[in-house]
Design a protein around this ligand. Sequence first.
Ligand code: HEM
Length: 300
Amino acid sequence: MLTMQDIKNHYYFTDEDAELLRSLQPVADANMDRMADEFYDYLLGIPETATYIKDENFLLKLKKTHRDWFSSLFTGTYDNQYLNTLQRIGSAHVRVGLNAHFVNVGMNLVRHFVVEMLQENFPGHEERRRLRAACEKIIDINLDIMSASYQQEELKKFFLSRRLESQLIKATERFTHGLNLVLVLALAGLSLSVVGLFVWDIGHIFQGNVEKGILSALGSLLILWMMIELMENEVKILKGGRFNILFFIGVIIVAMIREILISTLRHDPLTTQAFLAGTLLILGVVYFLVSKSQQPYTSH
Ligand code: HEM
């Protein structure tokens, strides 16, 4: 954090400069009303700044504020108290949402006014040069401190949104991680049921229904195999991998194949079998298209 002394050092602002400014106070005070008038004529001429001047009363109040500030440029005392005041002024503009550009514009106007004021009142070239140098420094110091308020405000916004963003991302990541865990657990539970289904299908063989037993057991094994693939994929996702929809389509295809096997054994009506075969065909096409679209991304 810079102190007023640091700032003065950086601008080579000396005690002599402070004295020169103090010596200007009477001239500045004699001109401050004219300065305020010119400042406000200018601000009222720009639509973006004119909107800040709501009514006559507010105009008078603001005019006084800006006029007093002008006078305070020439007090000759520029300590940390002065720094605090300038920081407060800077934040006041940030608070009302005034574009920093207009503070620069305003300061340019003030600079121009001061140069003219010196021109009118100090014919001696050397004296005017020194006075002007001191005025330029204090005007630049004012602009510097007021602009810093804008930068600090931007930084605050940046950090706040960055913090919020990363917290949101973290929370969402935890949530999806939790969901994936639930999915893996559900898949594990379902796989156990498929094992049960397989055992039950084998049971058919021993009950004498060999053909049905073998075919449906084969179907169950296919499903189990796909479930394993699916779970492996899920575990990969939990470890930070990419989601692969192909496995889900695969499981559905295998389940359809099993259904068709059983359907033929049950001697279902032809329409049912045709429906199942049609669905399988569509799923096959979808599987093909998805795997094709993934090819550029997956390395083998
Ligand atoms: C040379 C540049 C400027 C200086 C040095 C300056 C100075 C000041 C000061 C000393 C205050 C009082 C702050 C406080 O509450 O303590 C103030 C407030 C204000 N200034 Fe400026 N100003 C400048 C440019 C502008 C410009 C270009 C506008 C445009 C309209 C503007 C609009 C305002 C407004 C609306 C407030 C009142 C803020 C509030 O209601 O709290 N100022 N300014």
